[in-house]
Design a protein around this ligand. Structure first.
Ligand SMILES: Nc1ncnc2c1ncn2[C@@H]1O[C@H](COP(=O)(O)OP(=O)(O)OP(=O)(O)O)[C@@H](O)[C@H]1O
Length: 659
């Protein structure tokens, strides 16, 4: 799932992953408020799934969570406005998760005696993801903020939780008159402009569907009222228009109003089925004289045409749920099925439930009472609602984006997540023939991570890719370990120790270097006096002369014998008379810890500089180092991101000129 994240998706993923790592390392990062924007099919939902799974895994390490008896409480809350979208990301609706009232009119109501229950459910929650943010109105957002403050017992925005809002403001707006969240409204609390930063996904990720159609939709998404449609877009749209009378009867019809829907459904049912059953709503009203509930002759619908007084059905007919019954199990507003069975009361023949075979028939994740049946049907019972109160032509002029949304998005602050991929930022320099790009990574096992390496957006920019903990054994190298455009050199652990047979016989360890094919090189696996060290030396002659060594020091390899071998290695490198000398690797000496650092001192005493300055592991330690004899040749250096190892890769880009 993570391997094929595109560059933008990966930047957002790593920004949030980094935040989680900082959080579990006790660095108390400020909460983030990110908005992921993007048109249809740009991979927003896919990104949410990746972030949810990775962030949940990392945050479960928080000490507070580890001590709690119930670690099943989520650290990342997945929510959406509608039940359908909530189901598609395995989440819940905002309303049900936060127990929000139907009416969002002020004043904001607290949770009352439900507070303890909700608090204990959400006590581990650190991040809330809100999908379909375009449908969230300002009053709803203010409610979410107030709820989270109450639940978390703090006045910090959103109760101190981080918020990842996802959606497309050009898609559905909030219901009724409310302005989209991103559009400033002086009469409403503004939680958006103040806190949120935006990142826009642009690449359409739908492979199976019609990409050309999706691209056209995304152009229309931002089309201004005065913009003309291109001829090609017009043709594509017109192609999709069919006169109503020519539409095949079984295809899905979408209408603007429930009234049209009703009349289409009634007509179609009559055409396709002869066994129509009419179910009448039971409407009860309090009889003022007797005080008892009495059945009304004709059900009252209060002017609401989504509450019809009769329901026409037939066994074998297509049906759609119009209420969220059970979001977790996909019984959401909009879910389709076929009516299989009409169940009547044995007493009076009154219809009590309908047995549906849903299109989406996955095993139920939670047993609903209505579904505790031995067949694969979902039984829908009569539901109660209280009422307290009372053509297809293409019209091009009507297709344009809401200018308020365009203006709001243009002025929104941008999140600078590009820095998550520092090597991509300097890609042009890194790819120049007069520069050398070196990456070191402790892979924690090359065979199990080779496909992660191949799909990494920055690894492929390396001229020299040095890997430690390759975990290879024997001389055989599987074809899958081949990287296109590179030659592989390796030295396994078992040939690396002469005086420590117990270390040589352990699995793990080992070093590998991938070098671009056109590089001319001499490889040195054995050096005089270097008897017990996992290392490999490459003397690159052209196009960029350099002496490169990669070293792995296992965490339990005592410093004294390691230093002795390292000193021998450095002595040997010096007499090879080739510069610059670059020694990279995992030295298991944390540069962020105070106190003496003998490995660093040894290098410094010989005039080397160490280039990496920030943490390289998930525990905020700096173990992966790059030493260079001629630091003035280093143009860029830093830490890259991955998800598959405890270590992050480190890199440097060197220039051949000495200035
Ligand atoms: N990085 C990816 N690699 C491969 N497939 C992807 C990737 N990202 C998304 N997809 C696929 O592309 C399709 C569209 O992605 P997704 O549903 O996440 O888009 P979306 O932005 O949420 O779309 P919409 O706004 O229409 O809901 C899906 O089939 C999804 O599995």
């Amino acid at each position: 799932m993570y391997q094929n994240l595109n560059q933008k998706q990966a930047c957002v993923f790593y920004a949030i992953r980094d935040w989680c790592i900082q959080r579990v390392c006790g660095l108390n990062p400020d909460p983030f408020f990110l908005y992921v924007n993007g048109g249809a099919g740009t991979g927003k939902s896919h990104l949410i799934k990746c972030i949810h799974s990775e962030a949940s895994k990392i945050l479960s390490r928080l000490p507070a969570n580890a001590e709690e008896a119930d670690i099943s409480n989520p650290t990342v809350l997945l929510t959406s406005f509608t039940g359908t979208a909530a189901f598609s990301i395995n989440g819940s609706t905002l309303h049900s998760l936060l127990k929000l009232p139907r009416s969002l009119n002020p004043p904001i109501q607290g949770l009352g005696n439900q507070l303890d229950e909700v608090r204990s459910e959400l006590m581990n929650a650190e991040i809330i993801v809100i999908d379909e943010i375009s449908m969230v109105s300002k009053p709803l957002f203010a409610y979410v903020d107030a709820r989270l403050k109450q639940i978390k017992g703090t006045q910090r925005p959103f109760g101190g939780m981080s918020v990842l809002a996802v959606g497309d403001f050009y898609q559905l707006p909030p219901v009724r008159q409310s302005k989209p969240l991103c559009v400033y409204d002086p009469e409403q609390i503004d939680l958006w402009q103040e806190h949120f930063q935006m990142i826009t996904l642009t690449e359409i990720m739908r492979q199976k569907d019609d990409v050309a159609f999706a691209e056209m939709l995304n152009r229309i998404r931002v089309k201004e009222k005065t913009d003309e449609l291109s001829q090609c877009d017009r043709d594509l749209l017109s192609q999709a228009v069919t006169a109503p009378e020519e539409c095949p009867i079984e295809v899905l019809h979408i209408y603007a109003t429930n009234k049209n829907v009703e009349s289409h459904n009634t007509d179609t049912l009559k055409k396709l089925h002869s066994n129509i059953i009419i179910i009448t709503a039971d409407d009860f009203q309090k009889d003022k004289r007797t005080g008892r509930m009495a059945r009304r002759d004709k059900p009252f619908t209060g002017g609401r045409n989504d509450l019809p007084d009769t329901l026409n059905v037939a066994e074998g007919a297509r049906v759609m749920l119009t209420r969220n019954l059970d979001t977790l199990n996909g019984l959401v507003n909009g879910a389709f099925g076929i009516l299989i069975k009409v169940v009547r009361s044995e007493n009076d023949g009154h219809i009590i439930k309908l047995g549906l075979r849903m299109d989406n028939r996955q095993p139920m994740r939670h047993n609903r009472s209505a579904n505790a049946a031995s067949d694969d049907l979902v039984y829908i019972e009569r539901a109660e609602e209280s009422l307290k109160f009372k053509g297809a032509d293409l019209d091009e002029k009507k297709i344009y984006a809401n200018p308020e949304v365009t203006a709001a998005l243009q002025t929104m602050r941008q999140a600078s997540v590009e820095e998550m991929m520092p090597l991509l930022q300097v890609r042009e320099t890194a790819s120049r023939p007069d520069t050398l790009t070196l990456i070191h990574h402790n892979t924690e096992g090359l065979p199990s991570h080779i496909s992660d390496i191949k799909s990494h957006h920055e690894m492929c920019l390396a001229d020299v890719l040095c890997l430690t903990e390759s975990h290879l054994q024997g001389s055989f190298v599987a074809d899958s370990l081949h990287l296109d455009g590179y030659t592989m050199f390796k030295r396994n652990r078992h040939v690396s120790y002469t005086n420590f047979p117990q270390m040589a016989s352990r699995s793990g360890g080992g070093v590998v270097v991938y070098l671009r094919n056109h590089f001319q090189v001499q490889v040195k696996q054995y050096l005089h006096n270097v008897t017990d060290l996992e290392f490999l030396v490459l003397k690159v002659q052209a196009p960029f002369p350099a002496l490169i060594a990669v070293v792995y020091r296992p965490p339990d390899y005592s410093l004294a014998p390691f230093m002795q071998n390292l000193v021998s290695l450095l002595d040997s490198l010096e007499i090879m008379d080739c510069h610059p000398i670059i020694v990279c690797g995992d030295f298991n000496e944390n540069q962020l810890q105070s106190g003496r650092k003998q490995i660093l001192e040894q290098f410094q005493s010989r005039g080397y500089s160490q280039l990496i300055t920030s943490a390289t592991t998930d525990k905020n330690t700096l173990l992966d180092l790059i030493f260079i004899s001629q630091p003035q040749q280093s143009l860029y250096s830093g830490v890259l991101r991955t998800y598959y190892s405890y270590h992050n890769p480190v890199f440097c880009v060197l220039s051949s000129s000495q200035s």
